[in-house]
Design a protein around this ligand. Structure first.
Ligand code: NAD
Length: 347
């Protein structure tokens, strides 16, 4: 297939680009190259004659129309978004503009292109979203595809709005859409403002390892390459209009997760004295911090036969190895605006 992938220079988008190229697809990577973009993430894939890049903003309808007309994609995988909850607290405006208005322009450009092609039912618009749209769980229960939406941060509210738009374009205009909502990802090329890379890189620098609140907030972690695999499967196999929750069934509190990373680092790069866990420091909590997310992945497992390929321990060990081996990659990102600073406490 020829895939138009938005946000393909970001963390998850680049994993999808790499996997799609490896599996023989053609890829058009559409990215505005915001602070979160790292073109190096796709440097190897970009050597392929089946790869092309379009520097464009999903809020720019004219550019989108040009790109659809030029490349004639068989499917869209829409990942471009503002993605960091802490940044959404300090500056919600760009989240509204990119995640909601940008998705609206993507849908309209895709609809016009699809209509001009004679409305083929083989076309797909795959919208990639998050489990955060479902809100916050108590001590028990899991999110299913039927869980009512209850977003609680500007980021998750903007993603929830984009999900509603995508479903509406499917129902109202018949645009062939599919959706997926995934839990927290981690892995190679993770931008160094998110929890896992912050912990690895602060530990290596001997800096405090910041834990929001008491560290009891629970997330359901998924290795990014397993997410990319699930996304291509959803694109290829999902019935029209269907949505899938994607998760690794790896619930960990933030404190447990950080302890696991410290144990891996203690083995791979021992400190001269003590454990990396000695650097753990509790800091002011995130305003409105969701207590717990947990995904019930029964639908994608039973309908599409998908399962994650690694446990969280294996995935974290691979991630630590990758960060140890790719210092040039992460050092280059540490000067970007906001990286290394505490964000999201202005509320
Ligand atoms: P990211 O922040 O690492 O990358 C986002 C990419 O989108 C960047 O390359 C950026 O340049 C691009 N982009 C941003 N605004 C744009 C615009 N206006 N026009 C064109 N390109 C633009 O994000 P990520 O973590 O890779 O997340 C990708 C998608 O997956 C998002 O839609 C996010 O909501 C969703 N998601 C993320 C997670 C997670 O754990 N990171 C979990 C579930 C779902």
């Amino acid at each position: 297939m020829k895939l138009l992938i938005t946000g393909g220079c970001g963390f998850i988008g680049s994993a999808v680009v790499r996997l799609a190229i490896a599996r023989g697809h053609s890829v058009v990577n559409l990215d505005a190259l915001t602070y979160a973009a790292c073109p190096d993430n796709v440097a190897e894939a970009a050597q392929s004659p089946r790869y092309s890049f379009e520097h464009a903003d999903i809020r720019d309808r004219k550019a989108l129309d040009r790109i659809f007309a030029r490349h004639q994609p068989d499917a869209v995988m829409h990942l471009a978004a503002e993605s960091h909850v802490d940044r959404s607290i300090d500056g919600p405006g760009t989240f509204i503009e990119t995640n909601i208005t940008g998705t609206y322009h993507m849908l309209e450009a895709a609809r016009a292109y699809w209509a001009a092609q004679g409305k083929p039912d083989t076309f797909r618009f795959h919208h990639i979203s998050t489990d955060e749209v479902f809100g916050s769980l108590g001590a028990t229960g899991q999110f299913t595809e039927d869980t009512p939406y209850g977003p609680r941060s500007p980021y998750s509210a903007s993603k929830a709005a984009s999900d509603h738009l995508v479903r509406a374009w499917g129902e109202t205009y018949g645009l062939p859409v599919v959706l997926s909502n995934c839990s927290n990802n981690y892995g190679p090329f993770h931008f160094p403002e998110k929890l896992v890379p912050v912990i690895i890189l602060n530990a290596l620098a001997g800096k405090p390892l910041p834990i929001y609140g008491d560290g009891s907030n629970v997330r359901d972690w998924l290795y990014v390459e397993d997410h990319a695999d699930a996304l291509l499967l959803v694109l290829e196999k999902a019935p029209l209009g269907r949505s899938y929750n994607i998760g690794g069934e790896n619930e960990r509190s933030n404190l447990q997760l950080v302890h696991t990373i410290c144990t891996i680092l203690d083995e791979k790069r021992p400190r001269s004295t003590g454990s990396y866990a000695d650097l753990i420091t509790f800091v002011t909590d995130r305003p409105g911090h969701d207590a717990r997310y947990a995904i019930d992945p029964t639908r994608i497992r039973e309908e599409l036969g998908w399962r994650p390929s690694v446990t969280i321990e294996e995935g974290l060990a691979r991630t630590v190895d990758w960060f140890l081996a790719n210092e040039n990659w992460w050092r280059a990102l540490q000067n970007r605006a906001g990286v290394g600073e505490r964000l999201g406490v202005t509320a």
